[in-house]
Design a protein. Structure first.
Length: 261
């Protein structure tokens, strides 16, 4: 039987494949949108996550994206994997009020978050989320990079691809925004990262729109596939083992058949 997390991720990925915020207009037949290669540190067989980049990306998510988008498949304790200490994780979790209960009186109550809690959802339910976003449902971002062709490259391109005003001759529907990398080019989500310095990085990195978009895209890639480095390391070890085994097998074969003419 598939794990619950896997089933949730698969279902969420299928749902998100319909659109980042709302179903886009039909893409013109034959139209191909070229997504730029952002060249992340985790690209390639030997790529690894940059912990500083992941921590900055979490900051962007926390200060910008979390107002609308949940990441409910993550727990606060998972942030230890991006280089945060137990004390830092505990402080982050405690900064949120989490609904719990019922208590001895049968009532729900709120308490400070704990490291074991899932990331708090910004809305109580989907109806509340739609009501706050003009009918559009902000998707959970836990596995968004797995739900989009292009992964983190696509997310980065989407965040920097807004154009206002739109190109000449393009009519944007009411409540929509032009984005050159979104299928159909009209998206319900307003540009979430829209100005340099929108966040203040603790490590002194200059927070340009491109940098913030890159950092949060890397964080979302890690969130969707936190085991990536472990899996790649295991793959390299297996390949090395097979190479050595193949060499030994060939050497034994030559030894065994050396006297056969």
């Amino acid at each position: 039987m598939m794990p619950v997390r896997t089933l949730k991720a698969a279902a969420l990925a299928a749902a998100l494949s319909l659109g980042l915020m709302a179903p886009p207009p039909a893409q013109a037949a034959g139209e191909h949108i070229e997504i730029p290669n952002t060249r992340f540190s985790f690209d390639g067989l030997f790529g690894t996550f940059d912990r500083g980049e992941l921590q900055r990306g979490f900051q962007v998510y926390k200060e910008v994206c979390s107002a609308c988008h949940a990441m409910h498949l993550l727990s606060y304790r998972n942030l230890r994997e991006i280089g945060l200490s137990e004390a830092e994780v505990a402080a982050i979790a405690a900064s949120y009020q989490i609904q719990d209960g019922p208590n001895d009186n049968g009532e729900m109550f709120e308490r400070p978050g704990r490291a074991s809690d899932r990331f708090r959802r910004p809305f109580a339910n989907d109806a509340a989320a739609r009501a706050a976003n003009n009918g559009a449902l902000p998707p959970d971002l836990s596995v968004i990079t797995k739900a989009r062709h292009g992964g983190a490259d696509y997310i980065h391109a989407l965040l920097v691809g807004y154009e206002d005003p739109p190109p000449a001759g393009v009519t944007v529907m009411e409540g929509m925004h032009y984005n050159k990398y979104f299928p159909g080019h009209q998206i319900a989500m307003a540009p979430p990262i829209n100005s340099d310095g929108q966040v203040q990085y603790a490590d002194g990195t200059r927070a340009t729109v491109d940098q913030m978009s890159r950092d949060v895209s890397a964080f979302l890639a890690w969130a969707a596939e936190p085991e990536l480095e472990t899996r790649r390391a295991m793959g390299v070890r297996v390949i090395l083992f097979l190479i050595i085994l193949g060499g030994l097998t060939y050497a034994v074969k030559r030894k065994v058949w050396a006297d056969v003419h």
